[in-house]
Design a protein around this ligand. Structure first.
Ligand SMILES: Cc1ncc(COP(=O)(O)O)c(C=O)c1O
Length: 421
């Protein structure tokens, strides 16, 4: 029996209607940008396995550092204990995080990083004796699948069964050059009618919405508004963090910095799951008290797992290296050239790119998980390229170590796909 056949007996996959789509492709090996399936077929991983493996799959340097840590200390509770990898990671991360971030709290995945950010925000005001329970978020944002994260996500097409249990959120459009004054008026109206605790946002690029991009100046004005009204801002950089936008963090493009940040995915380079919620000293200080209950009683068993911390430190070393920074610059240059080549194609409605992220919208209308999207996905796989369209958006988010030849193959596959839609 093949892995694909054995899979069906006991496994339940995420984001899948098993009755309509029972097969899952079995991948047996991955190296750099290449995935190999159980029949030996090779695919270029053009979305870095959901934007995680940005330094390439099974990166030798990261594996070596992780293996060394495994021989030293595997796991220790992070409640009442500490260890070198967590301390070192906090030091290295603070060096590259946007100004103001000063405290590091560990989680297991992007959703729980957001969950902790939401809870920190609510408890910040609770500890100060203020009752604030409502959030503001962008339309079509995505922040994860736990309850708090689902609640603040605007992209809730499949969240029907849970809608009655979600936190209260007011939604605003993402800013562009023409709507910023309308948004600010809308915000004035919201804050004069409701007690708003926080604003959560994916800075500059909304990943799950189809790599939708917005204006840094407009975002800055929105953040300034929240600062003025003492409303906590949470930058969800789970997708955008660690170099994808061309800077270490998307927030680096925006003058006004967040109070809280959510990090995961490329944090541990695709090797081990881990996440972080970072915050300013001011947020942290609101939890200091002689009253135990004012502390942050939120914990995951594997918090700050030493092995995952060692992986993350190795990832930061690579990210800040001249080699990776040069690679990012090379990919940006290639994307610019590809954009010129494709933007006027009759099947292309719009294109956009920032850093190593490139996206185009097709002129055709498509269901998010419908037939045409499945046909495209299959087409790309047959061409040896793993791309996963989101509705009518085809996007690329390649590992930084992709070669020019591999990148050209990805571009060509997209051009050929335009002929079949
Ligand atoms: C911006 C953003 N936030 C949160 C999440 C949730 O992360 P996870 O899937 O690790 O729970 C995602 C996942 O794609 C994301 O893109």
């Amino acid at each position: 029996m093949t892995l694909q056949q054995r899979d069906k007996k006991h496994l339940w996959h995420p984001l899948k209607q098993h009755q309509l789509n029972p097969d899952s492709l079995a991948i047996v090996k991955a190296k750099d940008c290449i995935l190999i399936d159980e029949e030996g077929n090779e695919y270029i991983d053009a979305i870095a396995s959901w934007y995680t493996c940005m330094f390439g799959h099974c990166n030798d340097y990261i594996i070596e550092k992780t293996y060394n840590q495994m021989q030293q200390l595997d796991q220790i509770m992070f409640s009442d204990f500490t260890h070198e990898p967590a301390v070192k990671l906090s030091e290295e991360l603070i060096k590259i995080l946007p100004k103001g971030q000063n405290k590091i709290f560990f989680n297991d995945n992007g959703s729980t990083a957001v969950e902790a950010g939401i809870k920190m925000t609510l408890q910040y005001y609770f500890n100060k004796g203020e009752k604030r329970a409502m959030f503001i978020a962008f339309e079509n944002g995505f922040h994860g699948d736990t309850f708090g994260a689902m609640g603040v996500s605007g992209l809730s097409v499949y969240n029907g069964p849970f809608e009655d249990f979600l936190i209260d959120v007011k939604r605003i459009p993402t800013p562009n050059s023409s709507n910023i004054q309308d948004i600010l008026n809308q915000l004035k109206n919201i804050v004069s009618n409701y007690n708003i605790a926080g604003f959560i946002y994916e800075p500059l690029v909304q990943g799950a919405a189809g790599m939708q991009m917005h204006d840094a100046n407009g975002l800055n004005k929105i953040l300034q508004f929240f600062k003025k009204h003492n409303i906590i801002t949470i930058a969800d950089e789970v997708m955008t963090g660690f170099g994808k936008t061309g800077k270490y963090f998307a927030s680096d493009y925006v003058k006004t910095k967040p109070d809280i940040m959510c990090l995961s995915k490329a944090l541990t380079a695709g090797l081990i799951p881990m996440a972080i919620t970072s915050c300013t000293q001011d947020i942290y200080d609101a939890f200091l008290s002689n009253d135990i209950a004012k502390g942050f009683f939120h914990c995951h068993t594997y918090s700050a797992n030493p092995v995952a911390c060692a992986t993350a430190i190795a990832g930061i070393e690579l990210l800040t290296s001249a080699e990776i920074q040069n690679n990012i610059a090379r990919i940006i240059y290639k994307h610019q050239a590809f954009n010129k080549r494709i933007k006027n194609h009759p099947k292309v409605k719009t294109t956009r790119h920032l850093g190593v992220i490139f996206a185009l919208d097709l002129n055709t209308k498509m269901e998010r998980y419908g037939d045409l999207r499945d046909k495209l996905l299959k087409f790309f796989m047959q061409k040896g390229v793993f791309l996963r369209p989101l509705g009518n958006t085809i996007y690329i988010q390649v590992p930084y170590v992709i070669t020019n030849k591999q990148l050209e193959k990805v571009y060509q596959a997209i051009e050929e796909a335009l002929e079949i839609v």
